[in-house]
Design a protein around this ligand. Sequence first.
Ligand code: HEC
Length: 374
Amino acid sequence: MKLLLSFLCALVTSSALGADLERGKTLYSQLCFNCHGPTLDGGQGPSLRDQYWRHGSSPAAILEVINKGVPGSAMIAYEEVFPEADRLALRDFILSEQEGMRETVRSVYPVEYFKGKRFAPKDFASVESLSQTPLPENHYYFKRNGVGVLRGNSKLYIKTAGEYRFSIGPIGRTSIFLNGEEIHYSDANTDKKTHFNKTVTLQPGVHDLEIFHEEKKSHSYRFRAVLQQVGGKSFALTGRSLEGNIPKFIKARPGEALVVRKWIKDLPPRTLMCLLSNQVIVALNPVDGQIIKAWHSAEINQTPSLPDRSAKPSEVTGTPIDQFKSSPLKSDSLRFLRYQIKGESALISFKTQDGEKTVAISPEGAQSFSISIQ
Ligand code: HEC
């Protein structure tokens, strides 16, 4: 009887799961593939298979996006479109297509507790973490010159059975646990070769992955860890800093202006962004020499584009300056020549009917700028 029961249970769960995945796949190929691509690699919408999850990679986070959509984007809410069973089937289908690390939570622990101890998951249960952050991408780095032991907990999705090995950047000390067992340890004394030769056999499915990492004095940059299938694909276990997580800001250095060309929404493509040392940013159109916009207390948030993600423009954060003097140059028959930095000023030169003219943009007070012709 017991045998029969477990046999029946196995039959029910496996066929139910199979049916749901089939259903999820069918729905996906009717609707979602238009934007996310037939193989989930992205198109108008982002890839649903890469390492970067803007809204989170956990089953709950994926379901939330399917249910509620992303307001202001082409991703609409499907709550009213499909019954719950279908939305769950879509989520499970997306999960079934994953490879590599997902649902990473990065915690930081005080170093004192781990002095002289080899990292082991059980030791972490008895210490309070300093912080815990769910990561939308595989990015363990927490802050420059920060001191702490990093702990990353993730789900590792494997689709192809085989031999895998870890390649770890040889800085600080690193331990890797897979399904609760230590499979890698390296520190400054470890022979460099051994950073690369740990091989493990992995079966398709979802594995628990834990990475512990500590740098010698303080964290100076992200350490590198890659999982590679022998003769197959590689998965970065620590990633690049991309949209959302740690934005990169561009600002002028003290006492020096900076001119950059960026793709900023609502500004013409080749706009010169003049960043002044008082955190004023002036947008100048090189085509007609006119100032389009200016901000104070401003910086440019650079959101890098990815090959498999739709490119995103950079954004200016700051307070728009309502009134500013317009450029004294006549806009007709100008030709932009070059820009230069001279101390606190940005110098933008044009060829005009009366010869070469240079517009100097300089900081003025805390929240303004001056403009003059040289
Ligand atoms: C009309 C185009 C379009 C269709 C159709 C569409 N999506 Fe999207 N989807 C998007 C866009 C665009 C985004 C990115 C939204 C943002 O973050 O700005 C997105 C984001 C997502 C995300 C979050 C990705 C991340 O990085 O966090 C998930 C999950 C998702 N879509 C699932 C689905 C599913 C499942 C379907 C089918 C039911 C679907 N989408 C149909 C355009 C679409």
